[in-house]
Design a protein around this ligand. Structure first.
Ligand SMILES: [Zn+2]
Length: 145
């Protein structure tokens, strides 16, 4: 693991469980204690049942999903990404719930979507990039299975 210049996660009280799980390569999502729906991002009011006391808990999810959209990043405005340009950001709908969407890097493509024939509807699985000790961020890889 080489030192990265990339921005590292800075967990706060609310997001700490997410980042703790990510460090163990487990993807979690915040689940509303009132209706059981997952939300990302989370808000003070549940998107689904509109309770203002969602008391979210972070629960492991499969990390599997379907590509809904993507974009190729050719120029980064954040430091530390120069050596990975160009790269692909995928917008993924997770299997757990309709419209539960997460945007992250697609790791097994080098910015040339045509090379892997990236298409809407392709299956992906979560993977993690280890940026520093205890600091891992979720990403996706194509799921051929
Ligand atoms: Zn709810």
């Amino acid at each position: 693991m080489s030192a990265t210049q990339r921005p590292l996660p800075v967990p706060d009280e609310q997001s700490a469980p997410f980042w703790d799980a990510a460090a163990k390569h487990v993807l979690t999502m915040a689940r509303c204690s009132q209706c059981g729906a997952f939300s990302l991002p989370i808000d003070i009011v549940c998107d689904h049942c509109h309770t203002n006391e969602p008391n979210y808990s972070f629960e492991p999810v499969s990390g599997r999903g379907t590509v809904r959209s993507w974009t190729v990043i050719r120029q980064s405005f954040l430091p530390g990404f120069e050596d990975v340009l160009p790269f692909v950001l995928v917008d993924v709908e997770l299997d757990e719930q309709a419209d539960l969407r997460m945007v992250a890097r697609l790791l097994d493509d080098t910015g040339a979507p045509s090379r892997v024939g990236l298409r809407i509807g392709m299956r992906v699985a979560v993977a993690f990039e280890d940026l520093a000790p205890g600091k891992s961020v979720p990403a996706f890889v194509l799921d051929e299975s």
